[in-house]
Design a protein around this ligand. Structure first.
Ligand code: ABF
Length: 220
């Protein structure tokens, strides 16, 4: 049975708007997820030198289109990273990682001068935190990190049967107070055994492309 994504048209509109940020000859940082998949379908319309992928899934899709894949270590600073989000607030802080690719996404975002985030209207929130914060942990540290998250008021849930591209585990953590995203991002990173967390405040979006049924609004 095929399920129809009710936000597909908005995702496609946001992806189309994102094309305007891509310049000929660029090596583009490409995110992960269903919104990014709409962008990938459009990439044959632009003249990329190549791409740095934020996940194996994205890498496979880009390769299938004949787009050259670069290792991030071989290209230096990227001009542009385009990705989606699970939640985004008015300041461009995001929760990402529902797809489990948060670490690679954050690395490519950190190495990019501009982050263009494409979202449909279901992702826009006044305060982050309803969507669980995905936390990538080293396998041996899973229980320890979970106990530390409970002390912070969180309710971590082990994402069973899922292993990240780096061979690590994910704790989807509910009930955290994300009223200060930058502070919480750092506090979680300080727990020994945490590889990365899904709060993107240090790597917030420079440009938000917010799609609704009325069109796409650009917020900088
Ligand atoms: C990725 O895309 C993730 O960080 C985030 O979880 C997801 C959003 O996915 P979708 O576009 O499918 O809603 O970048």
């Amino acid at each position: 049975m095929t399920t129809i994504d009710p936000k597909l048209a908005q995702k496609q509109a946001a992806a189309k708007a994102a094309l305007a940020y891509i310049e000929d000859g660029m090596v583009l940082g490409v995110g992960t997820g269903s919104t990014v998949n709409c962008l990938i379908e459009l990439l044959p319309q632009v003249q990329l030198k190549g791409a740095v992928a934020s996940s194996q899934v994205t890498e496979d899709k880009l390769k299938a289109l004949g787009i050259e894949i670069y290792d991030l270590n071989s290209v230096g600073q990227l001009d542009l990273y385009i990705d989606g989000a699970d939640e985004i607030d008015g300041a461009g802080n995001m929760i990402k990682g529902g797809g489990g690719a948060l670490t690679r996404e954050k690395i490519v975002a950190a190495a990019s001068s501009q982050f263009v985030c494409m979202v449909d209207d279901s992702k826009i929130v006044s305060q982050l935190g309803k969507f669980p914060v995905a936390i990538e942990v080293l396998p041996q540290a899973r229980s320890y990190v979970a106990r530390e998250l409970v002390k912070m008021g969180g309710e971590p849930v082990y994402r069973e049967g899922f292993v990240t591209d780096y061979g690590n585990l994910i704790l989807d953590t509910y009930e955290l107070d994300v009223s200060n995203p930058a502070k919480l991002e750092q506090e979680i990173n300080n727990i020994v055994g945490v590889v990365c967390n899904g709060i993107f405040a240090a790597q917030s979006a420079s440009v938000m492309l917010k799609a609704s049924d009325a069109g796409v609004e650009t917020v900088k």
